[in-house]
Design a protein around this ligand. Structure first.
Ligand SMILES: [Zn+2]
Length: 108
């Protein structure tokens, strides 16, 4: 299976805004195939398997829904259900236990 190539952007201002909005210290936020980090280094992120699996699930959601399809779905779920019960987040949290989710993800 073809691997999905992903990038990591550290010290992302977008992730910084998300962290402020969510009132958390560190955040990872996926836009397309780029994982935007704030308050966490690339090394810390890569050392955290559950965290990587979670974000890998969002990357696959983008692949499935398309870039704007994902953003639209995420926003509408967020407005209806909030963050925790957003079905895209529920699926990503479930993926934290999935050892196969990283199989076709390549972080470059
Ligand atoms: Zn998430």
């Amino acid at each position: 299976m073809e691997k999905i190539k992903c990038r990591i952007r550290e010290n992302s201002w977008l992730a910084k805004m998300a962290a402020r909005f969510m009132r958390v210290q560190s955040v990872a936020m996926v836009l397309g195939r780029t994982i935007h980090l704030h308050g966490a280094s690339r090394e810390r992120f890569l050392a955290d398997t559950a965290w990587m699996r979670h974000e890998a699930c969002h990357i696959k959601q983008y692949q499935h829904l398309g870039f704007f399809g994902f953003l639209w779905r995420y926003l509408s779920e967020y407005l209806r259900r909030g963050y925790y019960n957003n079905t895209l987040e529920v699926a990503a949290r479930a993926s934290e236990e999935d050892p196969d989710i990283l199989n076709n993800i390549e972080i470059v």
